[in-house]
Every structure is written in structure tokens, then in C-alpha cells.
Design a protein around this ligand. Structure first.
Ligand code: APR
Length: 346
């Protein structure tokens, strides 16, 4: 069996572990600063094996030795924004958690593919790539699968049809500036715009953009985790089975869409090597502008984070046209971060 480590045995991490086990994709190691939560949830999930007929082994720990030789490492560790906490404070805290987790995990699993879920997602994915020093095709953010799933769900509900027949793609950053592609949404090959009026489809796109907040408003405390967990499992399945599915993921742009050196949601072919290639769709100028605006916002956030964690200032060249690249000149991580042997950050 393949081996998947999930760092952060909270709601998203444990749910991802559940889907991975139920699909018999891999043995799963849950890591959490709260060792009891990791061990307790792993044991609980292990006991679903005879009931739901899976044979994945699940275990929990707080030390990274247990993660050795993982095929995939998923990072969900982090804290949610608390009352009175600024976005920058949260950025700094989660950057500390993610960089520590990534640095330790890569030591034990140098050949793993990393999937990052912690928010702000695109920024944390870029941080993980910087800290691990892995080739960018092996460090991927999970957001597009989730955002596209939400858009597909709303389109299916609008038409009263099975969500299985709906295809849609949401690009850009995982946040207010995400870019649902209306023209590329379809129902079994029929453009969604032929079935739903454009203004209405636009409303569904807005609901998609606010999809996470809508769930938070119902839950009052905490945020979505079933669909995020399922999205992680789909990416893990695609990678481990080398399915080469075309999925939107947060990946390092290297010139595509006029973007450079920034992690942002783009369509990619996902396989056993991670990102096998980034696919360039012919976008309309408004779609391209929205994507570049989204990428520029992420780049600015990366620059802020680099400054906050002491990596020095980064230069962001604002995207304005297809020819103008977004560039984040991030300083290399200090050896202290990359070499840290400390246990997980408290
Ligand atoms: N090392 C390991 N685990 C940690 C660390 C650390 N340094 N710091 C925090 N954790 C763990 C927490 O103990 C907790 O169990 O990370 C887990 C986070 O789980 P939840 O608080 O339940 O959050 P969850 O809803 O799972 O979301 C996780 O995904 O969607 C994003 O914004 C969300 O960043 C958040 C992440």
C-alpha cells in the first residue's frame, strides 16, 4: 500500500483520512501537535475498516519519524483566525506552523508529493515549496477541486440534474478573487450557458466565491471540512493512481497566463509526478485580467509573509496585461527554518 501522511488531524485532516481509507488508497498517518487527537481519530477510523470494508491502516502520532517514506504529505495544520486577530497575525502564525511541518516532513519523505490545504492556501503552498526546496511540480495546493465542486453543485441544483454530469473549472486564488469560468462550464458536453441565463450563472459563480463563508455562517464556529476532505482525497487518488486527470490546482506559474513565480489556481494534468503539466486555455481578456488580478493579490500576500517571517522584502510587479508577469522575488529561507529539528510549533 502507498503511504499518506496528513499533518493536522483536525476537521479537514481527519475527513481527508476518512475518504482516503474508505477508497483503500493508502495507509494513513495522522500527525498533530495534539497527539491524542491524532491517535484517537486514527484508531476510530481504523475501526471502520471491517464495517466499511477497507484495509487501509491508520495511525496517529506527533513525531515525524512515523511519517517516513510517505508517498504524499498533506498539510492541513494551522489555526483559524480568532477574534481580534489581524490577517497578518494569522499569516505569520500559520506560516510558522506550515514551515515547521514542511521542513520536518520533507526530511523523512524526500520523495513525497506535498498537498497544502492550510489557509491562506496559495501563499502557504508557495511557502512549502520554498521551505522544502522541492521541485514545484511536487508541491501543490488544494483549492480548485473544492471551488469547482461547489460551482458544479450549484449548477446541478439549478438544473435539477445529477452533479455527476456537471463539469466546471474555477481558477485563481482560493479567496474573494477566484475566477469561475462560466464559458467552460458544461453539462455532459452542453455549455452551461445554453441551459442557464448568463446573469443567473454569474449569481451561482458569486455563491461559489462565497461558498466557504456561507458554510461558516451556518456553523457559527469552524469551517467546511467534508468537501475539502473529499477534494484532498481526489487529488491523492489521482496522484497515486497516476490518473492524469485535468484538475484545477494551485501550482507555481512559470510563464503561463503571463504569470511567473507565483502559486495560483490553474488547470493542470495531475499524475504520479505531481503536476505533469500546466494547461493553457484560451481565456477571454476579462477572464485573463481577473486571473492576473487574483495572482497579483497572492503575490503581494507572499511578499507580506516573507517580510513578516524575516525573509526580507520581495518585489511584486503588478500584472496589467497578458505580457506583464507577476514576480515574487522571495529570499531563500534561512537555514534555521529549513534545518529546524524542533518538534511541532506550539
Ligand atoms: N503541528 C501539527 N498540527 C498542528 C500544528 C502544528 N504545529 N498546529 C496546529 N495543528 C493542528 C491543530 O491541533 C488542529 O488539530 O492543526 C489542526 C487544524 O485543524 P482544525 O482547527 O480542525 O482546522 P480545519 O477545519 O481542519 O482546517 C485546517 O484548512 O481549510 C483550511 O482554513 C483552514 O487552515 C485551515 C486548515
Amino acid at each position: 500500500m502507498s503511504k499518506v501522511t496528513i499533518i493536522g488531524a483536525g476537521f479537514v485532516g481527519a475527513t481527508a483520512g476518512q475518504y482516503i481509507a474508505m477508497k483503500n488508497l493508502a495507509d494513513v498517518v495522522l500527525i498533530d501537535i495534539n497527539e491524542g487527537a491524532a491517535m484517537g481519530k486514527a484508531l476510530d477510523l481504523l475501526q471502520t475498516g471491517p464495517i466499511t470494508s477497507h484495509c487501509s491502516h491508520l495511525s496517529g502520532a506527533s513525531g515525524y519519524e512515523a511519517t517516513a517514506n510517505s508517498d504524499v504529505v498533506v498539510i492541513t495544520a494551522g489555526i483559524p483566525r480568532k477574534e481580534g486577530m489581524s490577517r497578518d497575525e494569522l499569516l505569520k502564525i500559520n506560516a510558522g506552523i506550515v514551515s515547521s511541518a514542511a521542513a520536518q516532513a520533507v526530511k523523512f519523505s524526500p520523495n513525497a508529493i506535498f498537498i497544502v490545504v492550510t489557509n491562506p492556501l496559495d501563499v502557504m503552498t508557495q511557502l512549502t515549496q520554498q521551505v522544502t526546496g522541492l521541485p514545484s511540480h511536487r508541491v501543490i495546493g488544494m483549492a480548485g477541486v473544492l471551488d469547482s465542486g461547489r460551482f458544479q453543485t450549484f449548477i446541478a441544483a439549478e438544473l435539477g440534474i445529477s452533479p455527476v454530469d456537471v463539469k466546471a473549472m474555477v481558477l485563481g486564488g482560493h479567496g474573494d478573487l477566484m475566477v469561475p469560468l462560466l464559458r467552460h462550464s458544461s453539462v455532459n458536453g452542453i455549455p452551461a450557458l445554453e441551459l442557464i441565463a448568463e446573469a443567473r450563472l454569474q449569481e451561482l459563480a458569486v455563491r461559489t466565491r462565497d461558498g466557504g463563508a456561507e458554510i461558516v455562517s451556518y456553523l457559527k464556529s469552524g469551517s467546511a471540512y467534508y468537501a475539502p476532505g473529499a477534494s484532498v482525497a481526489q487529488m491523492v487518488e489521482t496522484i497515486l493512481q497516476d490518473q492524469k486527470r485535468l484538475l484545477p490546482c494551485s501550482v507555481l506559474a512559470t510563464g503561463q497566463y503571463g504569470l511567473n513565480n507565483v502559486y495560483v489556481g490553474l488547470p493542470v494534468v495531475l499524475g504520479r509526478n505531481g503536476v505533469e503539466r500546466i494547461v493553457e486555455l484560451p481565456l477571454e481578456s476579462s477572464e485573463l485580467a481577473a486571473l492576473q488580478k487574483s495572482a497579483a493579490a497572492i503575490a503581494k500576500n507572499v511578499a507580506t509573509m516573507n517580510d513578516l517571517i524575516g525573509w526580507g522584502k520581495a518585489e511584486v510587479i503588478e500584472a496589467k496585461t497578458a505580457e506583464t508577469a507577476v514576480v515574487v522575488l522571495a529570499a531563500a529561507p534561512p537555514a534555521a527554518v529549513a534545518e529546524s529539528k524542533e518538534p511541532v510549533t506550539k
